[in-house]
Design a binder for this molecule. Structure first.
Ligand SMILES: [Zn+2]
Ligand SMILES: [Zn+2]
Length: 318
């Protein structure tokens, strides 16, 4: 019974499409008579209409399935590919359609999404490469971290370096890199810190440095990521115990990246001018901003001592 209804819908759709398409074509000719000279084929609106109709039929078909699994994934893929052959520029084929088969057939999904990544009409779409990478690390067994990296990178680049999605894509990018670098030898937190630090070193060393990922210079984003990565490496939680190597790396990063930020190297708590011991963990700190006359705390750049009123000759002694 269902099949009969589907066939009726298809026939009616084709008829309606034909009538509307013909009308559209006539209207088009009226608006732009030169179009006929370019091609006798119906253009623009008509094909868009057909592909929208096909998309609706596809969605309707999906609705008739309880789930996409081994028993029907080939049929779903076949229909998807037909949709693509008619309108390869329709973004939702990939963003919604391809993901329907991502669990049942991740290889096919990636194949479809890769094609879409190379389609110049979709070159500003950042979700498509992200999904390709996502399916690789989430649904493939074993996960293909290495292959996913360029897709996550593409997603970051296409999203234009803005906040939000870009941040999300970048998280996946760095995590995939960390998995590849670690190769199971380091815990995830240590590996992520290593990769971020490497990226930071690469960015500050040379724009063309190929060892690390260049994600837009010494960015605030990268520093933020490094800071929370240090915290994660240093702080114990239910399923994590800090390691000696991890701590060593974190200390090195604090020294190098946050040397001017006045952050306790032991626990990453921030501290102010003149402070000698960390308020978070009691560690002895590298003191800064102390008056050269009375040794009391002074803000960097102050012209007078706030305790005695004496004028500083130049910059206060740090
Ligand atoms: Zn501390
Ligand atoms: Zn003073």
């Amino acid at each position: 019974m269902k099949n009969v209804i589907h066939i009726i819908i298809i026939i009616v759709s084709c008829l309606v499409a034909g009538i509307l398409g013909g009308k559209l074509n006539t209207t088009q000719r009226e608006l732009a008579p030169s179009k006929e000279a370019i091609s006798g084929m119906p253009l623009g609106g008509f094909q868009k209409f057909i592909s929208d109709m096909e998309w609706m039929l596809f969605v309707n078909y999906l609705g008739s399935l309880n789930t996409v699994d081994e028993s029907n994934v080939d049929e779903v893929s076949r229909r998807l590919e037909r949709l693509m052959s008619h309108d390869p520029n329709l973004g939702k084929i990939y963003q919604e359609g391809a993901l329907m088969i991502s669990i049942a057939d991740p290889e096919k999904t990636v194949e479809i999404l890769t094609k879409a990544c190379n389609n110049p009409h979709l070159k500003s779409n950042s979700q498509i490469p992200f999904y390709a990478g996502f399916v690789m690390v989430q649904h493939m067994k074993p996960p293909k971290y290495k292959e996913a990296i360029p897709f996550f990178k593409m997603a970051v680049d296409r999203s234009g370096g803005g906040e939000g999605f870009n941040n999300y894509y970048a998280s996946y990018y760095y995590r995939a890199k960390a998995k590849v670098w670690s190769d199971g030898k380091f815990d995830d937190r240590h590996a992520l810190l290593h990769v971020l630090y490497d990226s930071w070193l690469g960015d500050t060393r040379d724009e063309n440095y190929v060892g690390g990922g260049t994600m837009g210079g010494d960015s605030v984003d990268l520093k933020d990521r490094l800071f929370s990565a240090i915290r994660n490496v240093k702080n114990e939680s239910e399923d994590y115990k800090p390691t000696v190597d991890g701590n060593k790396l974190a200390d090195a990063v604090v020294q190098r990246v946050f040397s001017d930020s006045h952050i306790c190297h032991a626990c990453t708590a921030a501290y102010g001018p003149g402070v000698e011991y960390c308020s978070g963990c009691g560690t002895k700190l590298k003191v800064y901003g102390v008056c050269q006359f009375c040794q009391k705390a002074v803000l960097p750049g102050a012209k007078f001592c706030t305790t005695t009123g004496q004028k500083f000759p130049e910059e206060p002694k740090k």
